[in-house]
Design a protein around this ligand. Sequence first.
Ligand SMILES: Cc1cc2nc3c(=O)[nH]c(=O)nc-3n(C[C@H](O)[C@H](O)[C@H](O)COP(=O)(O)OP(=O)(O)OC[C@H]3O[C@@H](n4cnc5c(N)ncnc54)[C@H](O)[C@@H]3O)c2cc1C
Length: 489
Amino acid sequence: MTDSRIHHIAIIGGGFSGTMTAVNLARLSDCPLRVTLVNSGYPAGRGIAYGTRRPEHLLNVAARNMSALPDHPNHFVEWLRTRTEYATVADAELRETFVPRCLYGDYLRSLILHCTRSIDRRTRAEIELLEAEAVDLGPEGDGVQVFLSDGRSFAAHKALLATGNEPPAAIPGCDAVATHPGWCANPWVGWENRLPPPGENIVLLGTGLTAVDAIITLLALDWRGTVFAVSRNGLLPQSHFKGVDDPDFPPAHVDFAELGLKGLARLIGEHCERLRRLGANPAMVVDKLRPHTQRVWQAFSDTERREFVAQHAARWNVIRHRIAPTIHRQVAAAVEQRRLQVTRAGVVGVHARGSRIGIELRGGDGAISHLEAALAINCTGPHTRFSATGSRLLQNLLRRGLAQPDAMDMGVRVGPDFAVVHGNGHRSRFLFAIGPLLRGTLWESVAVPELRGQALRVAQTLLDEMPLAAAKAGRWPAPEEEAVIEFSI
Ligand SMILES: Cc1cc2nc3c(=O)[nH]c(=O)nc-3n(C[C@H](O)[C@H](O)[C@H](O)COP(=O)(O)OP(=O)(O)OC[C@H]3O[C@@H](n4cnc5c(N)ncnc54)[C@H](O)[C@@H]3O)c2cc1C
């Protein structure tokens, strides 16, 4: 029987953020602890990004920067060494490799499995995976009650929202084509078995990282039709490149928190121009800003944040979210061979046209044009308007005033320690959030280099908040008493 005094933490979402919080809780806890990781939708331990089974989908960050543990920066590269295919690769080369994302999912699973099936008996957390959708939660006694879609519920002392990326936003007309065989609303669930014959065309709505995943898969499958990709800016992601050392950026005297949006835009403009004159890639400026980006964003006023999103974010994202050079070469070759045609236009709406999908577009000059697709895939990237979330859980939290949108309506409002701010403005004593839900608060809150730090810090906060009674409760079970904890992914 479970000792109710043993601290129990519910984590909602089993992608990178939730999984690594559970791993950190297990690593850091110095007293018995129970963790329930509730996950549904994408594979637990992997989430959307690393749940792909397609080997052509590569990480968009080099191996050297993909350790899941911020206090062990070389951890992922060392783990890769356990793989036969990387055993003899030179260290410098391995560190710069963009490995398949499914392999990164294997890495995350190996970490969580090590904690759940503790082989060294030092792990002090019982981690249980619940394959279920959390649809609501609320205060109960000195803790929280978590409600699941199958009618079950359970009590915990604290809960963490790590619900991650939402599916792409709806496109006008998409409800009417929801069951049409030519429409794919979610690019992350298999559409590869629905490919039209090669004489046909496929239209990708979006030209960012999600569209690149689809293009690379179509090339890997040697699909011979034409792919059209449409977006307002018509820009495909750029390639990672080897930067040169640039000691002049950022200038030592600059206080980023003081710059404001105009000052920042001026500074970036000047340094991009300087790098162009030197024949270097100006995108380096965005990379070198990365350690400061969250601070800059937090120092902006709400007006400046809105202006940044409206005027600079699209360009920023293209420069910031780059792709592996091998992927970039394949995409560039497809453009050159006209297997991939990029159109710069906004999508007005989609509709059924017999067995095909009609797409209405509006160009920069306001002119309307049309495309027809045997298969149209919504690749517009994760939906980011929090108040219009499709998640039942998040809708319920908003409706009941347990959470509120941040000032940008891009995610949930949290305090500096990741505690959710309730609708009445009070810090929650039981509810925390990390991951892409913090985009509006931090701007950079989507990739492993930020999320691993959040997963460690929130684990530390959750442990620090453990009541003394719970910390003292329980003792280590003798080996023969130890329960077998099932983790069935
Ligand atoms: C296609 C793609 C590729 C990417 N590639 C990279 C990369 O190469 N490098 C990098 O650093 N970053 C990459 N990213 C960024 C990525 O967002 C992060 O690396 C990270 O995977 C986010 O993890 P997460 O756990 O916060 O969210 P998610 O991966 O979205 O996981 C959230 C999980 O919670 C589940 N869930 C949600 N709501 C509930 C609920 N109510 N009840 C139960 N379960 C729920 C979801 O189904 C999902 O399994 C990529 C993102 C995408 C979308």
